[in-house]
Design a protein around this ligand. Structure first.
Ligand code: NBP
Length: 478
């Protein structure tokens, strides 16, 4: 079969297989290739009859099977694996052919690859794909960035295979070079914060107030029927209601409390620091996973570092409603920070990201899909240049309503020795951004005292230095 496939998929591990099945299920002819050809053969054996799927054994066969300009979707290991495949392809492709990297690439790698491939006459689309195996098969959230003229050639297929919410595909062209992978990375960062806030809420109610996992399963199911409705709350209810098939104990109690990570949360936090954006909830969520992973150290410390006495125990009365309100308010902060980071990135890299569209394509197919994202879209429709989501009328009033409960949850957790880094840092961020005057005046005074770094006055323009330790006089340093 020559020239018959609309698109080729390279990399037949779980993501590539499921995306190829998804593409074929829409009647779009797809050619598939994997370095280890036995995997391709197994895949074609199992699914070749499901739709227009062509198995190929060599890169040459794959390139012959795909119509021009070739559209090639890479689903291989991010990093060196992706570079190796691109190097193998780029010598064999024709001008105008399109490589779509659907892996979890760092956006700086995507920028580099886009530059290199453009200089060779090829077109590159760095494309974030969220939703794991299930999303890949049934409709992921797709975040494409790179050459706009390349998107015109592949957009229809990508929008067809993406999740659809209210008739709108969870896929849209986002911007040049690394924009797609940056948006995907912040998506993953927000996912870290969302999961950490849920875990802290569970901790306060389970280990602070002593609710059973069965009772908590009902609490989360109830929350999922309201404003907190989301994939993560839904699966949390399901997880908490699941018994261990071996012992009959709650499954969650049988799972070691060490959270792993693949790095996208850490990248988001690192890049937030570089941009000077306070993405504190995401960063705390990354740190919390690091603390959890030091299991041996924690076990030792638990026996030597004392916590609060019995007065620190938590009364369950009213706490469930308080935690729901705290979780919602803190979630608003986490998303506000993530979107602030995207706004800073678009300014830094000249991407022209449309923040409302990003909220729209996260509504389905991905891990952070939630009713809540409609609210974010509406906020950007009302004010496309919104500085901070917290300043939108809806979010402002919801945080204002929830804040007393949020403060009670954080103070209760602190008093009872339950770590709530994301809930409390999100609250500190809220209190920081809403304060007209912060204690940074003292920091500036200290910097001027020890390093003559100067300060600005509240009552006059210009930069000044005070001779703190000599005659106490002030000099202008403009
Ligand atoms: P993996 O990330 O485990 O990668 C395995 C695939 O990469 C195999 O097909 C393997 O071929 C191929 N590969 C490697 Br490794 N090095 C190669 C090389 N030098 N040349 C050619 N092929 C090479 O697969 P995955 O879990 O399906 O994920 C694919 C991409 O999608 C990754 O970038 C991942 O980060 C991203 N992603 C994954 C998920 C998820 O839920 N798993 C979600 C979203 C995005 P072989 O069979 O010959 O070894």
């Amino acid at each position: 079969m020559t020239d018959t496939a609309h698109i080729g998929v390279i990399g037949m591990a779980v993501m590539g297989q499921n995306l190829a099945r998804n593409i074929a299920s829409h009647g779009i002819p797809v050619a598939v290739y994997n370095r280890t050809s036995a995997r391709t053969a197994e895949f074609v054996e199992a699914h070749g009859g499901d739709g227009p799927i062509v198995g190929t054994e060599t890169i040459e066969e794959l390139l012959a099977a795909v119509e021009r300009p070739r559209r090639l979707l890479l689903m291989v290991k991010a990093g060196a694996g992706t570079d190796a495949v691109i190097a193998e392809l780029s010598d064999r492709l024709d001008a105008g052919d399109i490589i779509i990297d659907g892996g979890n690439a760092h956006f700086a790698d995507t920028r580099r690859r886009e530059r290199e491939l453009t200089s060779r006459g090829l077109r590159f689309l760095g494309t974030g794909i969220s939703g794991g195996e299930e999303g890949a098969l049934h409709g992921p959230s797709i975040m494409p960035g790179g050459r706009a003229d390349a998107y015109e050639e592949v957009g229809e297929a990508l929008e067809t295979i993406a999740a659809q919410v209210d008739g709108t595909p969870c896929c849209t062209y986002l911007g040049p070079d690394g924009a797609g992978h940056y948006v995907k990375m912040v998506h993953n960062g927000i996912e870290y914060a969302d999961m950490q806030l849920i875990a802290e809420s569970y901790d306060v109610l389970r280990h602070g107030a002593g609710l059973s996992t069965d009772a908590l399963a009902d609490v989360f199911a109830d929350w999922n029927a309201g404003d907190l409705e989301s994939f993560l709350i839904e699966i949390t209810a399901d997880i908490l209601g699941t018994a261990d098939p071996r012992t009959g104990e709650p499954m969650v109690d049988m799972i070691v409390d060490e959270a792993s990570q693949k790095g996208t949360g850490r990248w988001t936090a690192q890049l937030a620091l570089e941009l000077g954006v306070p993405s504190t909830a995401i960063t705390e969520a990354v740190y919390a996973r690091v603390v959890s992973s030091r299991n041996a150290q924690r076990h030792h410390a638990a026996s030597v570092l004392r916590g609060p006495g019995p007065d620190g125990s938590i009364a369950a009365d009213g706490l469930v409603d308080d935690v729901r309100a705290a979780l919602y308010a803190a979630k608003i902060v986490a998303y506000a920070q993530g979107f602030e980071q995207l706004a800073a990135a678009t300014a830094e890299y000249d991407w022209d990201l449309d923040l409302g569209s990003i909220a729209t394509i996260w509504r389905g197919g991905c891990i952070i899909r939630a009713k809540f994202l409609d609210r974010i879209k509406q906020a950007y429709d009302r004010a496309p240049d919104l500085d901070n989501l917290l300043l939108d009328d809806y979010f402002r009033s919801r945080v204002a309503e929830g804040q007393d409960a949020w403060r009670r949850v954080v103070t209760t957790a602190v008093a009872s020795g339950i770590a709530v880094p994301a809930l409390s840092s999100a609250l500190s961020y809220y209190d920081g951004v809403r304060r007209e005057r912060l204690p940074a005046n003292l920091i500036q005074a200290q910097r001027d005292y020890f390093g003559a770094h100067t300060y600005h006055r509240t009552d006059d323009a210009g930069a000044y230095h005070l001779r703190w330790t000599t005659d106490g006089s002030e000099e202008s340093r403009d």
